[in-house]
Design a protein around this ligand. Structure first.
Ligand code: SAM
Length: 202
């Protein structure tokens, strides 16, 4: 339902994110060193900042997004169109799946379906690494009201609600990314959780 808004977003030059998230870098590098023959999927890859990073390590990498404009210009052999709630690949296809900043743009029931889908396409053992937007975040409301993604729908999660989505995984590690507003040394500042990080193993 947000697809048109994302398509427009990817027409803008500023949508071109290049630097991979440091948490993804750390998780992926360790994983690929231990599993050099792994098959990797970046689900909801956007402009492919993580896809490009992964390709520096292995050619067995695919990026999927539900927008054409995001993956335009990327080699077809590494990208395909698809909805994260209905991923067009066979069961147990991938060893490592990333869904960075994607699931909170789906209504909760679709997000739950998507978690089942991500689980379906993971090999066993397999690793799923993702974020969900926290209900403490101070930024997203502005982005979807008058910012870059004006009109988009987003759902935020408490830590417990986020964890409740992943009870079927053998191992669940929880982390978070804080949003810390600029402050002067000595001044009080309020730190909020912006994103929940889930590092999951089957
Ligand atoms: C915040 S961006 C993150 C992009 C990328 N993962 C990154 O970290 O740079 C969210 C992405 O999710 C994609 N997306 C949103 N809903 C989706 C869905 N139902 N199926 C597939 N992709 C979706 C959007 O098109 C967008 O590219």
């Amino acid at each position: 339902m947000n697809r048109g808004i994302w398509e427009n977003h990817y027409r803008k030059e500023k949508s071109e994110l290049i630097i991979p998230d440091e948490n993804v870098v750390r998780s992926f590098v360790r994983f690929i060193q231990e599993n050099p023959d792994a098959w990797i999927l970046d689900a909801g890859c956007g402009k492919g900042r993580h896809l490009d990073f992964f390709l520096g390590y292995t050619k067995c990498v695919y990026g999927m997004d539900f927008t054409r404009n995001s993956v335009k210009g990327k080699p077809d052999r590494n990208t395909f169109l698809g909805d994260i709630s209905q991923i067009p690949v066979a069961d147990k296809s991938f060893d490592y799946v990333l869904a960075w900043g994607v699931l909170h743009y789906l209504p909760p029931e679709k997000a739950r379906e998507s978690v089942r889908e991500l689980r379906r396409i993971l090999k066993n053992p397999g690793r799923l690494f993702l974020t969900l937007r926290s209900d403490e975040d101070t930024h997203i409301a502005e982005t979807v009201s008058k910012g870059d993604l004006a009109g988009a729908e987003v759902w935020t999660y408490s830590r417990d609600d986020a964890l409740a989505l992943f009870t079927d995984f053998r191992q669940v590690r929880y982390g978070y990314i804080e949003r810390i507003p600029p402050y002067l040394p000595g001044e009080e500042t309020e730190r909020k959780i912006a994103h929940h990080i889930l590092d999951l193993e089957l």
